[in-house]
Design a protein around this ligand. Sequence first.
Ligand code: S3P
Length: 212
Amino acid sequence: MEYIARHPPRCSKSPVLQPSSTPCCQLTNIVFLFKIAICMMTNHYPNIILFGFMGTGKSAVARRLGDRLGCPVVEMDDLIEEREGMLISRIFAEKGEEYFRRCERELVLELSREGGKVIATGGGVVLNPDNIRDFKKTGIVLCLTAHPEVILSRVENETHRPLLEVEDRLAKIEELLAARRIFYDRIEHRIDTSDLTVEDVVGQIIDMMEQR
Ligand code: S3P
């Protein structure tokens, strides 16, 4: 089972989606997934947009959710890098963060024009409230969260995030989280991924959509 966190779960009772145990439940689940897949493939279904700080599991969850629903997954950071022809760390270094935020804004406007996709945002997309507003027009927005130490454990061997290229990463993570809390808290549906597997989070999202 793929854990988002690299360390073992800290509590044994994680708020996971109960697996469908009876044949009836399984059938309901299959029918629901089938309906959702058809809707997404025909673009009639809303986007599912994952917000959240770096290292909260947005990309891994988006990929798995896209697989389960059979719909395209858009990774905003990858698309920006592809279009700009350079890595995000270079965009920050050569063009500045403000330029990067404008790239994000333009992409949000483009992606929110139609539904049918699972979208993993970059951790700072939440900073512009217009981005949340526009994504909500054609989608369901969700925020993944995690404890600072868990975030650190997930990003410690990575070097592609310019904002975390500092000596004391934990302090930086805590500082950014504190500064951004009000932005992430604007998103109603939040899932703490600290002790969950990718599969758990995907299950919770599907469960939440089923109840809409
Ligand atoms: C950023 C998060 C990164 C990336 C960029 C800035 C942020 O995305 O967009 O380095 O401001 O939080 P991930 O959240 O996918 O790491």
